[in-house]
Design a protein around this ligand. Structure first.
Ligand SMILES: Cc1cc2nc3c(=O)[nH]c(=O)nc-3n(C[C@H](O)[C@H](O)[C@H](O)COP(=O)(O)OP(=O)(O)OC[C@H]3O[C@@H](n4cnc5c(N)ncnc54)[C@H](O)[C@@H]3O)c2cc1C
Length: 495
């Protein structure tokens, strides 16, 4: 792949690009001073930072198209950005590139309650969609824990998931149509309002493409009716292996819960003083298993779930009695990432997926790694999807701890691949897992990804050097793993 290696920033280059962009962009849409661009220097993977040459805030699709064409003509890399909550460095800037922020493309364009769809601009927050359609008794199902802040454009680019995705599907299952502008400034519609569309399924190719194929300017989402009732079972286990086996047991019993999440003891102890959800902080694992639907259905399913969990060895079981209690049970799970800051100066959130039947094995493996790497790890995750989120706790001010956290993270992902899983469930590859892509895919598969990238963006200017490694990089990665001691991401700027 002829991706441009990150060119150095120069004031002359900045002046040249600014002059071209000012031809059509009003001054309020351009940030060029370091103090204005600093808030954009990283996403949620804050260990890696880079000031961009410029930040651009287009206000309509025509401005997006103008920015893309201008940057293409001048050979300037473009990093699309939604809310910057990504955890894999996908929106991290390039020194001599621009960040294209969708913050001002934040309108809900239409809601069709009969068709149960909404058309929204990319900068609309995930939760704002559900809030806007609540009066119709509808909501947008994919619910990342960051839903209060993250944008639907970012969700499309990452194929975001959440607690409810086990039953209702990921972003890819809840988006009907995407309008995007390619590097040549031309808007293209992928998918349609109908259930199926003729031609190649480019919508599926685009969703999860991490800003590398085009800039999303409009999204048609599916809406689902709000269930009449939702209740959650909270079960304690004195052993993570029993908890992991219980997860497999629920699914094996033919139950598809509205959410099936697990927290280990480190996680429940981390969040309980903060949220006071009533978690059993002596339990080695806590499972939260939700049922939603019509009341009769829910009651029957809750009884079946409780029975399966009991048979799997739960030491205590509680069922939410009302909506307030249900939200309280979930509050700790939803706040787990921020709560990590209470017990550790830094944390590194991993995102691997494994077949559910291997949950117990992988959790035991991670526990062994905490001793090997000398770092604590809190496990809080979408157990029903087999999507792990180990939070590796470290102190970036202590020499070598960040590097050890990275090696620990790479070892977890390698274990996920070994048991037949993947290196990311929902947070994307970005810069964080680019080397782990070499562990997951063969050279032929990576070449196929590169061919798709080339078909959309032959100049490799859209979010270059993210998500897809070059084959050379993979060769070097292989060397790095054999030679030991060389760090991943050695060519990336570090804060
Ligand atoms: C506390 C916390 C909890 C989280 N929980 C979850 C979770 O439960 N599930 C989950 O899936 N994720 C979760 N995340 C990760 C993150 O919120 C998601 O990946 C989210 O989809 C990112 O959206 P964003 O708007 O912040 O995108 P950004 O971080 O701004 O960008 C993410 C990627 O999308 C691209 N992009 C953004 N907008 C566009 C656009 N309009 N067109 C083309 N490309 C674009 C960027 O280039 C980048 O590659 C969590 C993050 C945090 C901080």
């Amino acid at each position: 792949m002829n991706a441009p290696t990150d060119p150095p920033f120069s004031a002359a280059r900045q002046r040249e690009v600014l002059a071209a962009l000012r031809a059509k962009l009003p001054p309020r849409c351009i940030l060029s001073d370091a103090e204005d661009t600093r808030p954009y220097e990283c996403d949620g993977l804050a260990a890696y930072r880079q000031l961009p040459m410029l930040v651009l805030l287009p206000e309509d699709e025509a401005q997006v198209a103008f920015i893309l064409v201008t940057c293409r003509d001048l050979g300037v890399p473009i990093v699309p950005r939604g809310a910057g909550t990504g955890l894999s460095g996908g929106a991290m800037p390039i020194a001599a590139g621009v960040v294209l922020s969708t913050a001002r493309l934040n309108r809900i364009l239409s809601v069709d309650a009969h068709a149960r769809t909404a058309v929204v601009q990319p900068g609309v927050r995930n939760l704002a969609i559900s809030e806007a359609v609540a009066a119709h008794g509808l909501y947008y199902a994919p619910d990342p824990s960051s839903q209060i802040a993250c944008s639907i454009g970012g969700n499309v680019a990452e194929n975001a998931g959440g607690v409810h995705c086990l039953k209702y599907g990921l972003t890819v299952h809840n988006v009907l149509r995407v309008r995007m502008v390619g590097i040549d400034g031309v808007a293209v519609e992928l998918g349609s309002a109908a259930l199926d569309a003729p031609g190649f399924d480019l919508l599926a190719v685009f969703i999860g493409s991490e800003g590398m194929l085009g800039v999303v300017t409009e999204v048609t989402v599916k809406l689902v009716p709000k269930p009449r009732l939702a209740r959650v079972v909270m079960a304690s286990f004195d052993d993570v292996v029993k908890g992991g086996d219980a997860v497999a047991g629920v699914i094996a019993a033919g139950i598809i819960p509205a959410g099936l999440e697990m927290m280990d003891k480190t996680s429940s102890r981390m969040v309980e003083p903060f949220v006071k959800a009533g978690y059993d902080t002596e339990a080695e694992a806590i499972l939260l298993c939700e049922s939603d639907g019509i009341p009769e259905e829910v009651e029957e399913e809750i009884a079946r779930i409780s029975e399966v969990l009991q048979n799997a060895g739960a030491s205590a079981i509680a069922v939410s009695r009302d909506e307030a209690e249900r939200l309280r049970f979930w509050s700790g799970r939803k706040n787990a990432f921020p709560a990590a800051g209470r017990i550790s100066p830094d944390y590194y959130c991993m995102d691997g997926t494994i077949p559910r039947k291997h949950l117990a094995k992988v959790l035991t493996g991670i526990a062994a790694m905490t001793l090997q790497y000398g770092l604590r790890c809190a496990n809080v995750f979408h157990a029903g999807d087999g999507n792990l989120h180990p939070l590796i706790l470290f102190d970036g001010n202590r020499a070598g701890e960040f590097e050890r956290a990275e090696l620990f993270g790479a070892a977890i992902l390698a274990l996920c691949v070994e048991v037949g899983g993947t290196i990311t469930g929902e947070h994307g590859v970005g810069i964080e897992k680019i080397d782990s892509m070499c562990a997951q895919f063969s050279a032929a598969e990576i070449a196929a990804f590169i061919a798709v990238k080339r078909a959309f963006d032959g100049a490799f200017l859209l979010n270059p050097n993210k998500a897809i490694p070059t084959l050379n990089r993979c060769a070097e990665y292989g060397k790095m793993r054999v030679q030991n001691g060389r760090l991943p991401f050695a060519n990336l700027p570090r804060f």
